[in-house]
Design a binder for this molecule. Structure first.
Ligand code: AKB
Length: 319
């Protein structure tokens, strides 16, 4: 039986992936860890431990003690925050990944690892529409540089040490359970809270900035699909493009107005506009679909409806 370690379980994707994996593998086999406490349902729903991925000695001890066979390393400093603390962000993003890759090399019981990459690996010289799997990659953000370097290390450890390393280049992720922190695509979550609370939202990107996004259920489903696929099907060992849905703040605001007719959005672009302008507008994920059958099913309309319903419930429960 597999024992799974989730690093960064309190984060936006970690909090939902932990629950989905516990439903598949059984609560006792999924060990949630983070440097901060988790939402109540995760802390109570199975094993939880405060653990810092930068502490390689405690990490190896934990892995051996709990007979871990799979690791999902989800902790990272995202694009907006990384520009505020570039060297610290580089050190955290790279050192933590190297700790996990080395651990997988030292402990043969670890059968596979998952590490998320991002659309941030692309840069201003990349074709921005329908960005292919293999193309020019010259990121100009510290987050993008760290993700691209990480992808090369994933590929290297697979080739040199036969580590079963798997990865997805996530677009912006949209969810209601845990809010994202410090990313450029965060506006697409913030907008729902402000629309419901105040009927108003000031967007930090211009209204016509198109970016690829994905509803969390699709992201969780795709991640598990990739991890469960036969190793022979996974021929890309850097990271897979995953498309989801592409839209602008203006298009998202128009969807929200269907539920909140008086909603108004204004735009005051900040430093994150330059980051968004260097990223793809849409992604070609045909390689992932062909090789391991990735499927995303939520449209902009589906996602907006669910976000309005769930964020409304969440706000009501807090008030
Ligand atoms: C960010 O905006 O930094 C992240 C990402 C696209 O990787 N959501």
């Amino acid at each position: 039986m597999d024992n799974i370690l989730i690093i960064g379980a309190a984060g936006q994707i970690g909090s939902e992936l932990t629950i989905a994996l516990r439903n598949i593998y059984g609560a006792d086999h999924v060990f949630a860890t983070d440097i901060k406490h988790l939402p109540q349902d995760i802390m109570e729903g199975g094993p939880f431990q405060l653990l810092d991925v930068m502490d390689d000695k405690r990490l190896i001890h934990f892995v051996i003690r709990h007979k871990i066979t799979q690791i999902y390393h989800l902790a990272a400093v995202l694009s907006g925050n990384a520009e505020r603390i570039p060297i610290q962000a580089w050190n955290i993003n790279m050192d933590s990944l190297m700790n996990i890759l080395d651990l997988a090399k030292e402990v043969p019981e670890i059968r596979k690892i998952f590490w998320p990459s991002s659309i941030a690996v692309f840069g201003p010289t990349t074709p921005r529409d329908n960005t292919p799997q293999f193309t020019v990659m010259e990121p100009n953000t510290v987050y993008g540089i760290s993700k691209l370097a990480g992808e090369r290390w994933m590929q290297y450890y697979h080739q040199r040490y036969h580590i079963d390393a798997r990865s997805i280049r996530y677009p912006g992720l949209i969810s209601y359970k845990t809010e994202p922190g410090g990313g450029t695509t965060d506006y697409a979550v913030e907008i729902f809270y402000d629309a419901i609370r105040h009927g108003l939202y000031e967007c930090f990107l211009s209204e016509d900035t198109a970016l690829p996004m994905m509803f969390m259920d699709d992201a969780v489903k795709s991640t598990i699909q990739l991890m469960e696929a036969d190793a022979s099907a996974i021929r890309v060992r850097s990271s897979y493009n995953l498309g989801g849905i592409s839209f602008t703040p203006k298009q998202l605001a128009a969807e929200i107005i269907r539920y909140i007719p008086d909603f108004k959005m204004t735009c005051k672009p900040d430093f994150r506009q330059a980051i968004a302008d260097s990223w793809p507008r849409s992604i070609d994920d045909s390689v992932a679909r062909r090789q391991w059958g990735s499927t995303c099913s939520y449209s902009l309309g589906d996602m907006t409806r669910i976000m309005i319903e769930e964020v409304r419930k969440k706000i009501k429960a807090k008030d």
